[in-house]
Design a protein. Structure first.
Length: 166
């Protein structure tokens, strides 16, 4: 199920001309990502809730007993035609880890984190950040997906990551 959803989401990222402006300016688009994910889930007749309360915490997207947190991560890696901007990658990774901590101990739910990283031109530097996320999820990981893409008309590379865990 998730492979189809993620592929549709990546296709939407690749098709939207406006997102290349976000990529060139190293701007986040988490709200747009949430709208598109919800649209894809609704097209599959899922009963979707956004900003759903689970105890004292809110989760970005909830459906069929799945809790999903979303993030967009901008890097400070040099890339042609992308504005030079200081982006604290460690702050972005801390945000992902905080979202994982928010839901990882919620019993009776399936949990996921979905995030997009761009521009992604230095795989070696990025791997250490991805390892932190892997370590936090640990042996609770059920499924991991990594899908490469480029923003339309810009050739700026990014990746979508998805972890499903229990």
């Amino acid at each position: 199920m998730f492979e189809n959803i993620l592929n549709k989401l990546v296709k939407r990222i690749e098709e939207k001309k406006g997102l290349s402006i976000f990529a060139r300016q190293r701007s986040k688009f988490e709200g747009w990502l949430k709208v598109e994910l919800v649209d894809i889930l609704k097209s599959k007749n899922k009963d979707v809730r956004i900003e759903h309360s689970i105890g004292k915490k809110k989760v970005d997207v909830f459906f069929d007993n799945y809790l999903i947190e979303l993030k967009t991560v901008t890097t400070n890696y040099k890339y042609d035609n992308v504005e030079k901007k200081f982006c604290a990658i460690t702050d972005n990774i801390d945000g992902i880890i905080n979202d994982i901590c928010k839901i990882i101990n919620k019993k009776n739910y399936k949990k996921a984190i979905l995030f997009v990283v761009f521009p992604l031109s230095d795989e070696d530097k990025w791997k250490k950040h991805l390892n932190k996320i892997d370590k936090k999820i640990g042996d609770k990981k059920i499924l991991f997906k990594e899908i490469e893409f480029c923003f339309k008309n810009s050739k700026i590379p990014g990746k979508l990551y998805f972890y499903l865990f229990n």
